[in-house]
Ligand binder design. Structure first.
Ligand SMILES: Nc1ncnc2c1ncn2[C@@H]1O[C@H](COP(=O)(O)OP(=O)(O)O)[C@@H](O)[C@H]1O
Ligand SMILES: [Mg+2]
Length: 397
């Protein structure tokens, strides 16, 4: 049958002759069916949790799903009036090369991984859309946010690389630290070379600390849990860090509560946390002194205590250094985040320390005021839960 008029089309669609009474009933039923199908497609479209964006051949956005609206944090109206290169990259001109052009030209699906707005990595699949005459007239983008995956792959490879470097550096450093210690014993303090050797020794120890953090970060370190005395660990951490603090002309105040009960933990791991926190405090005080001149004496206080409810042992490390801007606080525990100049910071201290604290069922608390100073509190449970297993990580030195 050749369809010559709108009426004939409706008759063909409904299958009912328009002269019959049931014509309007059937027409309404068809419209309801169509609306239902439209609603179902809309629900399907918005149920997809990855981004769906449909553009025409002029790169104008025709349709987006809810996930795309949420991702770009723009009202849908604004999205629908922009071009795809603006939406994805904030650009004012077309991308070169343009994946949309490629899809329209080749009429085949294309794939692209790229860093888009807000520093997010998207896996973008582009599919051509065809008219009934098989002419391409638009492109559907299906995009998945893989930023977290990419960042964790990056972290894993950085971890592997740092573990390799750390292992290589361990043996020469053992010789540097060991031999300088022997030389120190044989050189009297009035010998002009005593100070030089002492500096070699303490620089070697500093490198060993950096390597220890790298090994912990790449999970190549070993922590064996046993009954430990927090005050003794503080003493041994101070024996490693006090020299550097005092050399920087900073007062060190130590307040130890002798009644802190023993707890189950790794002496090495807890010592590593305390040394990291002490050296960060030293850097913060130096940072402030550099900025403000010598007007205020730098002070670092380390204190052990038991939480009033008796469930937790706490080590507070306070400084009157530069403090931390509130907007930086969420980042400081991220691996490789550092505000220190090249060669001064690795950005591993806090992330590694938090990891060790968590392995003990504890955490690290922070109270900071910009320009006034910070207090980092290492909080450890005194009684491990029954269900906790003793974490022991193999060392592959
Ligand atoms: N006591 C502190 N006072 C001020 N800023 C601090 C302090 N401790 C840590 N920070 C901030 O946190 C960042 C990350 O610390 P960390 O993970 O130990 O790495 P790094 O010391 O190598 O920079 C530091 O670069 C610094 O900006
Ligand atoms: Mg540090």
């Amino acid at each position: 049958m050749v369809i010559k008029s709108k009426r004939m089309l409706i008759e063909k669609l409904t299958g009912v002759h328009s002269s019959k009474k049931s014509y309007y009933v059937a027409l309404k039923k068809k419209i309801d069916e169509l609306l239902q199908i439209k609603r179902e497609w809309e629900v399907t479209f918005s149920a997809v949790t990855d981004l769906l964006v449909f553009i025409n051949s002029d790169y104008e956005i025709q349709r987006v799903n809810q996930a795309a609206v949420d991702f770009f944090t723009m009202p849908e109206k604004e999205i629908l009036s922009s071009k795809c290169y603006h939406l994805f990259y904030g650009r004012e001109t077309k991308c070169s090369p343009c994946i949309g052009d490629q899809v329209l030209r080749s009429q085949k699906t294309a794939y692209l991984q790229s860093r888009t707005r807000y520093n997010r990595v998207l896996d973008i699949f582009a599919y051509p859309a065809f008219t009934e005459q098989k002419e391409p007239y638009g492109v559907t983008y299906y995009a998945k946010d893989v930023t977290q995956l990419m960042d964790s792959i990056k972290l894993v490879s950085m971890g592997e690389m740092s573990a390799g470097v750390a292992h290589e550096l361990n043996s020469p450093l053992t010789a540097i630290v060991g031999n300088s210690q022997l030389l120190l014993r044989e050189t009297s303090t009035d010998n002009p070379q005593h100070q030089l050797i002492k500096d070699i020794h303490s620089s070697g120890i500093r490198c060993q600390r950096i390597i220890k953090n790298l090994l912990t970060f790449s999970r190549q370190d070993e922590f064996t849990f046993e009954e430990v005395d927090l005050n003794e660990i503080v003493d041994s951490a101070l024996s490693l860090a006090a020299y550097q603090i005092e050399k920087s002309n900073i007062d060190l105040i130590v307040k130890q509560n002798p009644h802190v009960p023993k707890l189950s933990g790794s002496a090495n791991g807890i010592e590593q946390i305390i040394v990291n926190l002490l050296l960060n405090a030293k850097d913060a005080v130096e940072d402030k002194t550099r900025a403000a001149g010598d007007s205020q004496k730098g002070v670092i206080t380390i204190e052990t205590r038991v939480h009033p409810e008796g469930e937790l042992a706490i080590v507070d490390i306070s400084d009157n250094g530069c403090g931390i801007k509130q907007e930086h606080v969420p980042q400081i525990f991220n691996p490789f985040y550092t505000t220190k100049q090249n060669g001064k910071g690795t950005g591993l201290g806090l992330s590694v320390s938090l990891g060790i604290a968590q392995a003990h069922g504890g955490f690290i608390d922070l109270d900071t005021n910009i320009g006034m100073g910070s207090t980092f509190s290492l909080i450890l449970p005194l009684h491990k839960k029954e269900t906790d297993t003793e974490p022991t990580v193999k060392e592959n030195n």
